[in-house]
Design a binder for this molecule. Sequence first.
Ligand code: NAD
Ligand code: FES
Length: 278
Amino acid sequence: MFRIVRKERLNQAVVLFEIEAPFIAAKARAGQFVIVRANEQGERVPFTIADYDAERGTITIIIQVIGGTTMELDRLGVGDCIKDVAGPLGVATEYGDAKRVAVVGGGVGCAIAYPQAKELTKLGAEVDMIAGFRNKDIIILENEMRAVSKELHICTDDGSYGTKGFVTDKLEELFNLGKKFDLVIAIGPVIMMKFICAVTKKYGIKTIVSLNPIMIDGTGMCGCCRVTVGGKVRYACVEGPDFDGHQVDFDELIRRNGAYKEHEKDHVCRLTGGVRNG
Ligand code: NAD
Ligand code: FES
């Protein structure tokens, strides 16, 4: 059992959990993920590790409360335990010798973009962060992101905070201003990662994306998380979740991630008794 030592609501639908998991904390690196089961009968849900502290023996995950399992997790508080946390899984992010990096986060994806910026800054790289949200009420981790970047650019779709527009507009603006990056890391909705890659391809900048296909076992056995990268089938759970964004077939990923949308709408959740919203 994995005890929750800190719980923080970042916005109405996003919750941070710091969980005692000393063996995972000792091995975890930025870009890896865990698979969580809330209870014995629970479904297995992957969450990217948002932070880890080997000394405290804890890892942090940040969840969007969107369906039955995340609602069940949200009912837990400090001192409660999660049945299973398996990991660290996946391959840690490889930065090469990048010195000037743009880290782009979209919405909840900023929870995962933040540790990337933190790790890169620790390694001595100069990091600009671009963080996009629909509006100012759902901005998360602003202070944390500011602390680990040379410049933080917040964008909102409706212009209620920061620059009005998408993260793609801001990245293009920085390129037009003559900013030079030797690596871009993009984490957020698949559509955002697709269009960030369209921008960086024009400028010939290497781009790493963190893919979030549907996963079941997380160990390369079920085939559920397959994605096409450079024309080849790759398994995000064991070969990813990071891939070269210029090689990813995003349209296929969007199609596969939407495969159960209709079933989810009709599915009466056994936990809430209502229709699942995720
Ligand atoms: P959202 O839909 O509110 O979008 C966030 C931002 O992304 C927008 O403000 C905008 O700047 C940008 N964006 C969205 N659509 C765009 C487009 N068509 N072109 C250019 N930019 C666009 O995001 P949300 O509702 O917070 O959802 C976050 C998503 O991130 C979820 O789909 C979740 O699955 C995903 N996610 C991915 C990972 C990962 O590891 N890849 C981790 C956490 C979350
Ligand atoms: Fe089953 Fe990746 S989640 S193979």
